[in-house]
Design a protein around this ligand. Structure first.
Ligand code: ATP
Ligand code: MG
Length: 405
């Protein structure tokens, strides 16, 4: 037995000539996230998707679809023909279930995308409301009904449904292009990645690790965070770079300069990788003035000499708001697990206003260009597939080359 869910998008509907690009991307993302479930059909009808799934697995499919960016809302829907009797049958079935659940009032919300249907929305609502009231004894209540019966009259069929489940909104992941996303093990950067995805970006994660071997990173909280994020974005790529190359070369840098200088270095490396991975920007979890390295002046030092924009979607959030967001996303628990991150090793008391001259001086003296190349040469790549348990880690250069192709 199969059931259907109707999936609505919102913002995509406002796109002009590009709308079909957005719709196709959302369809691809929905199909990719539903892999492994018995989905027999996905169809676009009157600016919404209709997905047919084996009945027992429908709740699972709805949870997955409700995490897919671009989805405004979704609902389990009964399919009726365009004959009024068929629509009434669907409405009576749902109203009957409502009565069993001890609901006492209802309202009909009918919409007609198919203007060939002989009744207008108001006429359909009135006639159907009357029939449901007589058949079930439920009261009509237009303002505070316990049961809302939605009817969408579409091309070739009508949908009848009740509870709408909210989706995350935004745009389908992939439509806006790629960003290199600087990911630490903290609370902020995973939340920032989620916000970038919400606007249609595919993050390519870049993480600098302290461990002596990249394989050891896969035993930490980092994969847990990425697995949760992959539930929203699908398959994702993580670039792992050793902190040790920078650490050894920059051991003599005065500690109060270190945090900003290292962040400047990370940005430089991210920019080089952006070229390789065809990314059009860099993103971080920076938040204005959250810590001393994030003053306006220090952020300017971090960005100095860059050719690509650095996106900081959390810039104006309060920490409490970030925590709330990360709990909603599901990354919070892993984010607060202990982890030895590079930024915990370098000084926690940076200058609040590092001089741009200092950044120029150190990046020249320590040859950041060569240092970044050397670091990248020692990099590794891991791919996270939400449908697979195991994860392969390979050297960055060979994989990056194949990504370029
Ligand atoms: P979070 O780490 O989640 O931001 P935080 O406030 O501890 O929390 P900071 O140490 O201030 O973060 O770092 C600011 C930003 O720099 C991070 O949001 C992240 O984008 C980037 N970053 C920090 N550490 C690393 C790392 N080890 N690898 C990659 N990027 C990092
Ligand atoms: Mg932070």
């Amino acid at each position: 037995m199969s059931s259907h869910m109707v999936v609505h998008y919102d913002e995509i509907g406002t796109k002009g000539n590009n709308r079909s690009v957005f719709e196709r991307c959302l369809e691809r993302n929905l199909m990719a996230s539903l892999v492994g479930l018995p989905v027999s059909k996905i169809e676009k009808v009157n600016q919404r998707f209709l997905i047919e799934v084996e009945r027992e697995r429908l709740p699972e499919a709805m949870v997955i679809a409700s995490r897919t960016f671009g989805v405004a809302w979704l609902a389990e829907a009964r399919i009726a023909s365009l004959a009024y009797e068929s629509i009434r049958e669907g409405a009576l079935e749902i109203a009957g279930e409502g009565r069993v659940a001890k609901k006492s009032s209802f309202r009909i919300d009918a919409r007609r995308a198919n203007k060939q249907f002989p009744m207008n929305s108001h006429e359909l609502s009135v006639r159907l409301g009357d029939d449901v009231r007589k058949a079930t004894g439920l009261k009509v209540d237009l303002s505070g009904a316990e049961l809302s019966l939605h009817v969408d009259v579409l091309d070739g069929r009508a949908l009848v449904y009740t509870e709408k489940r909210k989706g995350p909104g935004g745009l389908p992941v992939g439509v806006s292009g790629k960003v290199i996303h600087l990911l630490s093990g903290g609370i902020d950067s995973p939340a920032a990645a989620w916000l970038m995805m919400k606007r249609g970006c595919t993050p390519i994660y870049l993480h600098f690790y302290v461990a002596p071997d990249p394989k050891l990173v896969l035993e930490t909280k980092i994969p847990k965070i990425l697995r949760t994020l992959a539930k929203y974005s699908g398959k994702s790529t993580l670039i792992l770079l050793p902190f040790s190359v920078y650490q050894v070369t920059c051991a003599e840098v005065p500690s109060e300069n270190e945090p900003v200088l290292f962040r400047h270095f990370m940005r430089l490396v991210a920019e080089k990788l952006a070229n390789e991975f065809h990314a059009d920007g860099i993103a971080t979890g920076d938040n204005l003035a959250q810590v001393a390295s994030q003053t306006l002046q220090n952020l300017a030092c971090i960005d100095m000499g860059g050719k690509l924009p650095v996106h900081r979607p959390l810039l104006s959030y309060d920490k409490a708001e970030i925590i709330e967001l990360s709990k909603t996303i599901g990354t919070y628990e892993a984010s607060v697990e202990p982890y030895k991150d590079c930024c915990a090793i370098i000084s926690k008391h940076p200058k609040t206003r590092l001089k741009p001259m200092a950044v120029e001086f150190y990046s020249r003296e320590l040859d950041f260009d060569a240092l970044s190349e050397k670091t990248i040469m020692q990099g590794s790549l891991a791919v996270f597939d939400p449908h697979e348990e195991s994860m392969l880690i390979t050297p960055l250069r060979t994989e990056a080359t194949s990504v370029r192709r």
